[in-house]
Design a protein around this ligand. Structure first.
Ligand code: SAM
Length: 245
């Protein structure tokens, strides 16, 4: 993982109000569940097709799993979830506890910083399949140095050469006129280029590039799905599955 510079301690570590999670995020997620149904269904379909050969899942940045299907999580015998948000464990159990109890899935939460402790976290979960659960595209909110943030995000793939992993992450986000139909899902083996993608998606005004264009190794099939975070604010989320190389 690239050096996180002089701010060796992420200033949001363990804090209640963080830009990529916390009470505001949870409240919004609770209220927007109905509007996110299409996104969640597409994500569920992609996750359910992912069949890594492991009964153990390392789940990175899951928050309360507002967008994750219980049916996917229940397939695993154990789940180790890593998130800095102190509210995540209780709310995750609120969302998935019953399903996980039924399937006998054991859930362990770890309040650790994924980016600062990536190597030890990987080392202590050697047989786990790994899912980045919309965390990689959030790193720009935790590191004000864009070059360093991008390097950190892109270094992930080099460290996971021998692992089964998948990720869904924000690619772009921006203002989206309310009454416009959402863009349809699309796939490509080539990374979607930011500016062209924003135009194609109809993101107007200033859109935010989440620095994740090259998270997935070259040649990975990339699925793009639309996530209407707010009534007029759209995220374009990329999903991909990677096997050991
Ligand atoms: C957008 S939320 C994930 C939403 C999740 N996919 C869901 O279904 O609810 C991003 C999560 O990543 C966590 N996060 C961000 N940076 C992190 C880091 N460096 N280490 C651990 N967790 C982090 C945040 O606390 C937050 O819960």
């Amino acid at each position: 993982m690239a050096e996180s510079g002089e701010t060796a301690k992420d200033r949001y570590d363990g804090a209640l109000f963080i830009p990529s999670g916390g009470p505001v995020w949870h409240w919004r997620a609770l209220l927007r569940q109905w509007y996110w149904a299409g996104f969640k269904a597409e994500l569920a379909s992609l996750l359910n097709q992912w069949q890594p050969p492991s009964e153990h899942l390392l789940l990175l940045g899951p928050s309360a799993g507002w967008c994750l299907p219980s049916s996917f999580l229940s397939r695993f015998r154990t789940i180790d979830a890593v998130d800095i948000d102190p509210l995540a464990p209780a709310l995750f159990r609120f969302n998935h506890g019953v399903a996980l109890a039924r399937s006998g899935t054991r859930l362990h939460f770890h309040k650790r910083n994924v980016f600062r402790e990536f190597d030890p976290i990987l080392k202590s979960h050697p047989n786990h399949a790994i899912l980045f659960s919309n965390i990689l595209g959030q790193h720009l909110f935790h590191d004000e140095n864009e070059t360093r943030a991008r390097a950190t995000i892109e270094s992930v793939k080099g460290k996971l050469m021998a692992r089964h992993w998948a990720s869904f992450h924000d690619r772009l986000s921006g203002f989206y006129p309310k009454s416009t139909p959402l863009p349809t899902a699309r796939q490509s083996h080539i990374a979607f280029e930011g500016a062209a993608l924003a135009t194609e998606l109809g993101l107007s005004g200033e859109w935010l590039d989440h620095l994740t264009a090259n998270v997935l190794p070259e040649g990975t099939l990339r699925h793009l799905i639309a996530w209407p975070l707010l009534a007029d604010w759209l995220h374009s989320v990329e999903f991909g599955v990677v096997k050991p190389r």
